[in-house]
Ligand binder design. Sequence first.
Ligand SMILES: [Zn+2]
Length: 177
Amino acid sequence: MLHPDYRFCPRCAAEMTVAEVAGRVRKACPACGFTHWNNPAPVVAALVQVGDLILLARNAAWPPKTFALITGFLEAGETPEQGIAREVQEETSLEVEQASLIGVYEFTRKNELIIAYHVIASGTVSLSEELAEYRMVAPERLRPWRAGTGLAVADWMRARNLPFEFVDLPIRPQTGS
Ligand SMILES: [Zn+2]
């Protein structure tokens, strides 16, 4: 989600102006000095492994056959490891047993920074309302896409010597299940 383009100061409600602050043009408040830094928001993402399979989920807002990783915004006060364990639990009901960093990826299109983990999880899947359905996919059948979390999938497969081809985003697994 893009940060708001404030017209009025969120602190004192004066009209924001455009000013150069710390070397960049930014929205700033002439009345109280508030600066809208517009830094990227950290998002945690999980490539969730249950047994030998990888869970991919379709967001309720996405078209059919569109599956991707579990993602969510990091909350204030959380470590990324706590954040990904919480997101996986909230969205799938699975318990995270282990989380190892795959990498950090830009997502400047949405002013986000993606912190991607390979998560080993256990339990019975029960999706939150945010997710419409899920697929369990063998690792060698993953199809990464060239953006955001797709690059994390590609790096994860590359590290395991799994051959892959990039597909149009997001993933469309050919599991038939
Ligand atoms: Zn202000």
